[in-house]
Design a protein around this ligand. Structure first.
Ligand code: FAD
Length: 156
């Protein structure tokens, strides 16, 4: 069973309500764990950028579900490739909130300080997610998140 990575961008629709983000993250953590799908989701109240890693069958099935979700639109597939190892193996679905999208971070990966994955290359989109993921795991970083306490929170 091949391991693949998929990255897409999308735009929030009017159907997306404020409580939906939490609901999506909760659903992602349970569903993705069952399917051994790992990845990262980024959202700035307008655009989503998500990376999914896992078996080709599971990732394709989930992507089809996500692409038909009315809470977002203009779902654009940016990257799809077979991979030899996961980059987001430690998290079922880690989350990069808008508050972490600092100017310096955005200027590193895009043409200006606005987060708009449609104006970024697929490579830059992946690099942004991967860079932040590494920071989330680094206790010395401002982005550091204690996974164990997050997992406990998600279970309650
Ligand atoms: P159920 O939760 O039982 O849902 C059944 C159906 O109802 C599905 O078609 C679902 O899309 C729809 N639905 C559920 N809630 C709502 C709602 N509030 N408004 C409109 N329709 C709704 N899911 C994951 O499992 N993993 C992910 O990584 C993931 N990432 C997502 C990222 C984004 C940007 C968005 C918008 C959604 C994401 N989802 C993710 C949710 C996904 O689109 C499906 O809603 C979810 O996977 C369905 O879970 P389920 O099969 O258990 O069905």
């Amino acid at each position: 069973m091949q391991l693949v990575r998929l990255v897409y961008a999308s735009k929030k629709t009017a159907e997306f309500l404020s409580h939906d983000l939490e609901a999506i993250l909760r659903k992602s953590n349970t569903n993705n764990e069952h399917q051994n799908i790992t990845g990262m989701l980024c959202f700035n109240r307008k655009f989503f950028l998500q990376c999914l890693e896992g078996s080709r069958t599971s990732v394709n099935r989930l992507y089809n579900k996500i692409a038909n979700d009315p809470r977002h639109e203009d779902v654009m597939l940016l990257q799809y490739e077979e991979i030899s190892e996961r980059c987001f193996g430690d998290w079922m679905m880690s989350f990069l909130p808008e508050s972490h999208l600092h100017r310096s971070l955005l200027l590193r990966f895009s043409i200006n300080e606005d987060f708009n994955p449609y104006t970024m290359s697929a490579k830059s989109c992946f690099s942004l997610l991967h860079y932040v993921h590494e920071q989330l795991l680094d206790p010395q970083s401002d982005y550091y998140v204690d996974q164990h306490s997050e997992e406990k929170k998600a279970q309650t």
